[in-house]
Design a protein around this ligand. Structure first.
Ligand code: AQP
Length: 378
């Protein structure tokens, strides 16, 4: 069903009718700040999921302790979106296997990442938090999307180029994993994908293969898969490494002093900020091109305090106080997260993830059924 604009007078009776329509409502929505949005209003959503609000989906790799970039660029926005969306958040352990790992390594890291997300404020009463490998449909749908993905478009992925240069063994999975990521997203009839700026190209790829799949397997103008929208935060979409401010802060980069981890002690945060690379001209100004280090500090301080970077720059004449205030703001930010994390118990978190996978499956299974019916194999 398609509405030309947000029309609550038509939408509300539909949602409350005794025979509600299922499927996707296509609506030009100022409400959700989507340019031409898709809002899934399937009132037959499983009881455990919220009805009548857009669905947000995003994921994180269990490849190490989440850092400040993960928090400001992604996790914080997932927490905020919990009030206005049905949030589905996935620890993408299969993606983490695209580079060589020891047996059990990712199991442990998955549990730790779950604790980090819960400590940051992912609320399991509102959102779904689960582990990718516990919902089998991800890999099945990934195959179907690989079948409509072109070799050439995967070859253009900048993350593949970067990682294949820095890894000795380049697996096929490293090359094809954007198709698995696309499956992760569309398996949940996702409306919006809140991610950091580094994921822009992968979400564009997701939209391309979704459109191609629908064109090939949709019938009578009915799409099989919901077209997701990218959602990048207006600030801190790309937090840079403190030691190499030309690179993004990353779990896999070998730059311990340039990466602020969510578990860092006060002393560690203060030390990393004190040693952050700046420049020699001594002027505090927001200019990412010529002053990437200083601009990164202003971005971080602005994102944590809610102030504009240009206004903040006016408050400082020297780098030392800017670094000290940024460290102080980060210590305050991390303190309650770390306190909550210390209170979490392995057994309880494992049980939460099992329940999360059940909740995720309740959405994923019918979507996968729809895909199987559309592809129409024996
Ligand atoms: N530096 C960053 N600034 C803003 N957002 C970021 N994200 C990652 N880095 C930054 C966002 O965090 C979410 C989870 O991404 P991820 O698990 O891929 O995190 P990572 O730190 O990038 O992890 P890795 O293991 O080091 O992977 P590579 O090196 O492959 O990227 C995403 O929404 C991401 O945008």
């Amino acid at each position: 069903m398609i509405l030309a604009r947000w029309e609550p007078e038509r939408l509300t009776p539909l949602l409350h009718s005794t025979n509600p329509p299922s499927g996707n409502l296509y609506v030009k929505s100022e409400h959700y700040h989507l340019s031409y949005g898709v809002m899934n209003t399937d009132t037959r959503r499983p009881d455990s999921h919220q009805v009548g609000v857009p669905r947000a989906f995003s994921g994180i790799q269990p490849t190490g302790t989440p850092h400040l970039g993960n928090y400001l660029g992604a996790i914080r926005n997932w927490v905020e979106l919990q009030t206005s969306t049905d949030g589905v958040y996935c620890i993408v352990d299969l993606h983490a296997l695209s580079v060589p790992r020891e047996p059990g390594e990712i199991r442990r890291a998955t549990l730790e990442t779950a604790k980090d997300l819960i400590a940051c404020g992912i609320d399991l009463d509102r959102s779904t938090l689960f582990v990718q490998s516990q919902v089998r449909e991800h890999t099945e749908l990934a195959w179907h999307l690989q079948c409509v993905a072109a070799f050439g478009e995967l070859r253009r992925m900048t993350q593949f180029k970067d990682k294949s240069e820095s890894n000795e063994f380049v697996s096929t999975a490293l090359f094809t994993y954007p198709a698995l990521q696309a499956a992760d997203i569309v398996l949940y009839d996702t409306d919006i994908v809140p991610v950091g700026d580094d994921q822009r190209q992968h979400i564009e790829f997701t939209r391309d293969v979704t459109g191609r799949f629908n064109a090939r397997f949709g019938t009578d103008g009915t799409d099989v898969l919901v077209m997701p929208e990218l959602r990048i935060p207006p600030v801190a979409a790309r937090v840079m490494d403190l030691q190499h401010p030309e690179n993004k802060m990353s779990k896999s980069a070998d730059s311990p002093q340039g990466t602020v981890l969510l578990t860092d002690s006060e002393a560690e945060v203060a030390k990393k900020l004190k040693r952050a690379v700046t420049d020699n001209d001594g002027e505090v100004r927001f200019d990412p091109e010529t002053k990437p280090g200083v601009s990164n500090l202003l971005t971080i301080l602005g994102a944590v305090t809610g102030r504009q970077t240009v206004d903040l720059a006016d408050d400082y004449t020297q780098y030392g106080p800017l670094k000290a205030d940024t460290a102080e703001a980060l210590i305050e930010l991390l303190r309650p997260i770390q306190k909550r994390r210390d209170e979490l118990d392995d057994g309880a978190v494992t049980a939460m993830l099992t329940a999360g996978a059940d909740k995720a499956r309740a959405v994923a299974e019918p979507v996968m059924e729809r895909v199987r019916a559309a592809v129409d194999l024996l």
